[in-house]
Design a protein around this ligand. Structure first.
Ligand SMILES: [Zn+2]
Length: 162
């Protein structure tokens, strides 16, 4: 994969419900890069209580920058943080106001979608963020969503801007 694989070739992924194309301007190579990153970072997950290992990888809108995160649990269960929020926090820590998320891959087995808290957290950074949920044991098992798919009619910063 060339680093600047480009945004000129759309990836004809389909919405899981409507069948409409949802992942635009992201190449198959870019998708596979974040899928592979999410799968790799999953092995760093700290999940001694649930043993449910999750990896996540953020792709920025530049099409090449990838930031990863894993879930980190705690003996005080409620303090545990999911891989998606970990990856987003690391992204914001590195890029601040320049944070512009195009896509997030999430690796978990069995195949899972982000929890409610993560859906809200993702929506903060754009309802058009593409989500690729993949089973690390079989990469053909995957689902594709937008943030809007997972949090329809969500509460977003637009309400506070009024
Ligand atoms: Zn979560």
């Amino acid at each position: 994969m060339t680093k600047k694989a480009g945004w000129n070739r759309s990836y004809a992924l389909r919405n899981f419900q409507s069948g409409e194309p949802v992942v635009k301007n992201i190449t198959p190579d870019q998708i596979e890069s974040i899928v592979d990153t999410a799968i790799a970072v999953r092995s760093n997950a700290y999940a001694p209580y649930s043993n449910f290992l999750v990896g996540a990888a953020v792709l920025l809108a530049d099409g090449e920058t990838i930031i990863s995160g894993c879930n980190v649990e705690n003996a005080s269960y409620g303090l545990s943080i999911c891989a998606e929020r970990n990856a987003i926090c690391q992204t914001v820590a590195q890029f601040g106001q320049k944070t512009n998320i195009a896509a997030i891959a999430v690796a978990a087995t069995p195949l899972a979608t982000p929890c409610g808290a993560c859906r809200q957290f993702i929506a903060e950074f754009g309802m058009d963020i593409q989500l690729i949920c993949v089973d690390p044991n079989d990469k053909t098992k995957r689902n594709h969503f937008t943030a809007e798919d997972l949090l329809p009619h969500g509460f977003t910063k637009d309400v506070l801007d009024r």
